[in-house]
Design a binder for this molecule. Structure first.
Ligand SMILES: Cc1ncc(COP(=O)(O)O)c(C=O)c1O
Length: 394
């Protein structure tokens, strides 16, 4: 029995919600099932909402700081969920993971410096580098029959280009990998030997399915500590992205100092009252219990889609979803152009997906499907897919 009723649907239209209220703009259709942008159709946990309501009993919302309880909550959470020990002096703030990545990039590199990414990857990684006048070096992931791996041989070769940093998604959006300790250790070794800083985006680190286990980059070794940053947030885990709250960790005081200087340059350290309160409420024993139940629910959705597609479209390949609520689906067997595939999902299926190609050229022919919604919606989306293919004679 699920205490938190993830089956309950919530009407999100007309709440200025990106996922629903931008459907007309993004898809030209405001009635399709939105399974695109990475937030969930589940309510933010009740104990988080209550904590915010409690604060609202005080009538003044003036400038505020993050208190001891904020840092203690982060320290508790990282120890409890990831067996990782962090001190409050190693934690800094960012209004979002992407802004944090950008500030770190600006802090540790100069214009024209080269930064590596491993495509297909979360599309704002590209703009975070390019729009700040740094150069992208691509080290595409190896697709081994749907199982993605880092290409270490190619990475070694790229070191000749003297990159300044590498930006990784750990776990990886969109391919769903949870990088293993050995993989991260090999990455650290190569980067350490070549003085390359590792920026590890760990926003999906709580959304990991057993037996996979998230390994925080900085927990790998002293070498990782010397060259690494980690970017985390309760936003994906507890569905509170609208509160613009995330945090940055470096256990190398000099690196953190550079980041903090950039945070100060932009005057972005203030944050917002409700983000801090939400984080404190979420990073708790109750939050852990809620998350465990969420992961069970998400697993059911993931398995349903995998089984449905496996049964009706055996030629379509879904990469193993080790983490995230995003399924990475290879639809090359439909033999459609990317434009046609997108149109097919919008106009024929009636589901708004992310096109694979936005994550890099090697995402062409793929789609990314967000399954963080009540099961009835997931089932409906699959029924609509089957009906559309039958209608079109596939
Ligand atoms: C890998 C990754 N990083 C960052 C973000 C967004 O972070 P924020 O909204 O905190 O900037 C997302 C959202 O989907 C993501 O998947």
């Amino acid at each position: 029995m699920n205490e938190y009723f993830f089956d309950n649907g919530h009407k999100r239209e007309n709440t200025n919600c990106v996922k629903y209220d931008l459907r007309k703009t993004v898809f030209g259709n405001e009635s399709l099932i939105p399974m695109w942008v990475a937030d969930m159709d589940f309510a933010t946990p009740p104990f988080v909402l209550e904590a915010i309501q409690e604060r609202l009993k005080h009538p003044i919302l003036g400038y505020s700081t993050r208190g001891k309880a904020y840092y203690e909550a982060i320290i508790f959470w990282l120890q409890a969920r990831h067996q990782w020990t962090v001190e409050s002096s190693q934690v800094s703030f960012s209004p979002g993971v992407v802004p944090g990545l950008v500030m770190a990039i600006l802090a540790i590199s100069k214009p024209a410096d080269k930064i590596i990414i491993q495509s297909p990857v979360y599309h704002p990684f590209y703009s975070a580098i390019k729009d700040n006048n740094r150069q992208i070096l691509e080290n595409p992931l190896k697709n081994c029959n749907g199982n993605y791996e880092m290409d270490f041989e190619q990475l070694e070769l790229l070191m000749q280009e003297r990159p300044k940093a590498i930006l990784i998604s750990n776990p990886h959006n969109p391919v769903g990998r949870v990088w293993k300790k050995e993989e991260l250790a090999r990455l650290v070794e190569i980067c350490y030997n070549n003085k390359v800083i590792i920026l590890s985006d760990e926003i999906h680190s709580d959304l990991v399915y057993s037996p996979n286990q998230h390994i925080p980059l900085l927990s790998i070794s002293q070498k990782a500590v010397e060259i690494g940053f980690c970017f985390m947030s309760p936003s994906k885990t507890f569905n509170l992205a609208g509160l613009s709250t995330s945090y940055v960790i470096s256990q190398n005081a000099a690196l953190l100092q550079k980041y903090n200087q950039m945070l100060e340059n932009f005057h972005l350290g203030q944050g917002n009252i409700f983000g801090a309160i939400a984080l404190e409420a979420a990073y708790s024993l109750e939050g852990g219990n809620w998350l465990n139940q969420l992961l069970i629910y998400l697993t059911q959705n993931i398995e349903y889609v995998r089984n449905f597609i496996g049964q009706h479209f055996p030629q379509v390949q879904i990469s193993p979803t080790e983490a995230t609520y995003l399924q990475w689906i290879n639809m090359e067997s439909f033999q459609m152009s990317d434009e046609a595939l997108f149109k097919f999902w919008i106009d024929e299926v009636g589901v708004g997906i992310n096109e694979g190609r936005i994550f890099g050229t090697n995402g062409s022919g793929f789609i990314r499907l967000n399954i963080a919604a009540p099961f009835t919606i997931i089932k409906l989306s699959m029924d609509k897919l089957l009906a559309a293919t039958k209608r079109l004679g596939y």
